[in-house]
Design a protein around this ligand. Structure first.
Ligand code: DX5
Ligand code: ZN
Length: 236
């Protein structure tokens, strides 16, 4: 098993290339989040549970915050992968790490001091993630990414589930993978938005190794079977 599947790996580098599947609870039933986490847990199921935090400022949508993450932490053993689509993450992100999130991702377009952010997240016991919106150039963030554990490449405009995958983002994924292979970066390369049975193969081929899927998992009749099917496709 890859070291970063386990919360006990906090503090280590995330360098192996086994694939990770992270169902997004944005498409789950918010009144039954503990059950929805359980619904994707089990053999071949979710590696991480992706939690989309939106503030109606950075994105035009409002979801959930720290109290819900604290409750989720107590309700599931799955590592929580918190994706903060919020303004002023410098103020809020460490709180999610302190609440027990496994990985906390902030947006490059919102963070004021990305290097301190990564240090602070790691000091609080979490992995540090940086996310790029579709229009944000990877080249501008390469130096900063040397301090990060995960790179989240958005394959839709952030804000809503159920949007269509943007294949033109695969160039960014390919370049990130090359930087990992050549030792310039040690990040997990994560994709988020429009990932389903068809598009996951495209993203895997381009070099992604962590796949967020919301509607493809939680709109399915059997969410656990949907996660297993996504994993089989990637591993093929
Ligand atoms: C969108 C969120 C995603 C969302 C993905 O801004 O960051 O995590 O849940 O949903 P799907 O997989 O339905 O595109
Ligand atoms: Zn997300």
């Amino acid at each position: 098993m890859c070291a970063h599947r386990s919360p006990s790996a906090v503090g280590t580098r995330l360098t192996c290339v086994a694939s990770l599947i992270a169902p997004s609870i944005l498409s789950a039933d918010f009144a039954h989040l503990a059950d929805e986490a359980a619904a994707v847990s089990g053999g071949g199921g979710a590696d991480w549970l992706h939690v989309d935090v939106m503030d109606n400022h950075f994105v035009p949508n409002l979801t959930l915050g720290l109290p819900v993450v604290k409750s989720l932490r107590a309700a599931t053993d799955l590592p929580l992968d918190c994706h903060l689509m919020i303004d002023d993450p410098d103020r809020w992100a460490v709180g999610f790490a302190e609440a027990g999130a496994y990985n906390v991702t902030v947006h490059a377009e919102a963070v004021a001091d990305p290097v301190s952010m990564a240090l602070d997240l790691r000091a609080a016991g979490a992995k540090a993630g940086l996310s790029l919106k579709p229009g944000t150039d990877l080249d501008d963030w390469v130096e900063v990414l040397r301090d990060y554990d995960t790179l989240l490449i958005m394959t839709v405009e952030p804000g809503f589930g159920g949007q269509s995958f943007m294949p033109e983002m695969m160039d960014k994924v390919r370049r990130a993978r090359t930087m990992v292979q050549t030792g310039h970066l040690t990040v997990v390369v994560q994709v988020d938005g429009g990932i389903n049975a068809d598009t996951i193969a495209i993203a895997a081929e381009a070099g992604a190794d962590c796949f967020v899927a919301g509607s493809a998992v939680y709109d399915a009749q059997d969410p656990l079977a949907a996660v297993r099917a996504l994993r089989r496709t990637v591993e093929r």
